[in-house]
Design a protein around this ligand. Structure first.
Ligand code: NI
Length: 262
């Protein structure tokens, strides 16, 4: 939205012919009546002329035909998540966020509605980041169910994917995930960003992704957010597209089943 309104203003000013002669009041009047007259396709073409590389290609690519990577961010929302969302917005990249219920409850920045509005996918990462197999069946149900309900209440979205904390799962976790309609999403590329808080190292590890990889990162670390533009550049240069987990499979993954890559 930020980009659109900024570029829209640019086009309106550029279209005036003699910007220096335009009084502020005229700009306001033009802006006020512009929305009703905007043809989205025509605007996209004219914006592409002033902004090379824009609009970006469709993100709903067929990942069995083109090279896709799913970037995933766990344990938030945290202090750096809004900044990460700004970066992803600038880069035109969609990702999947496996959120912790307690972090969602503590969030004061409307982060989850923004994620949904900007096309990211939400996943369930339990309520308290518990190691689920150590809990009773009731405990597992509570950890997943509570997060499921809170996210639905805040965003209207019923999540279809979960990631067990520490990647730790068993048959009982699978059964409860299935009952709640949640596929279990693990990963194939671990950036170890929680251990090595160095943006260049995180970017290099993520750049090792191959076709259909699911990349594990954490949006609670500043260094991870710093790494994102670099790893996106590196993977883009190799021809990868960035998709959400469900986009990677081309359909909602099967509840209860465990996935690590395409
Ligand atoms: Ni985690």
């Amino acid at each position: 939205m930020r980009v659109w309104s900024g570029l829209l203003a640019l086009v309106l000013v550029a279209g005036c012919g003699a910007p220096a002669a335009v009084e502020p009041v005229d700009v306001v009047r033009l802006s006020a009546r512009a929305p009703a007259r905007v043809d989205a396709a025509a605007l996209a073409r004219s914006l592409a002329a002033v902004q090379p590389g824009w609009p970006r290609p469709s993100l709903t690519a067929d990942c069995r035909k083109v090279k896709c990577v799913a970037l995933t961010f766990d344990d938030g929302p945290g202090d750096y998540t809004q900044w990460l969302l700004d970066e992803l917005d600038d880069l035109g990249v969609k990702a999947t966020f496996f959120v912790v219920g307690q972090m969602v409850a503590a969030d004061r920045h409307h982060t989850l509605p923004r994620m949904v509005a900007e096309g990211h996918e939400l996943g369930n990462h339990s309520w308290s980041h518990a190691e689920l197999p150590r809990l009773s069946d009731v405990g597992i149900a509570r950890e997943l169910g509570r997060t499921q309900e809170l996210v639905q209440k805040i965003t209207g979205v019923r999540m279809g994917v979960m990631r067990p904390p520490y990647g730790s799962t068993n048959a009982r976790v699978a059964a409860e995930s299935r009952r709640l309609g949640l596929a279990q999403i693990l990963w194939s590329v671990d950036t170890l960003d929680w251990r090595d808080r160095v943006a260049t190292i995180v970017a290099r590890r993520a750049s090792r992704a191959t076709r259909g990889s699911i990349v594990l990162m954490h949006d609670i670390h500043r260094t991870t957010v710093e790494a994102v533009p670099h790893l996106v550049d590196a993977l883009s240069d190799k021809g990868y597209r960035f998709v959400t987990v469900s986009e990677l499979y081309g359909k909602p993954p099967a509840p209860g089943r465990k996935y690590t890559e395409l």
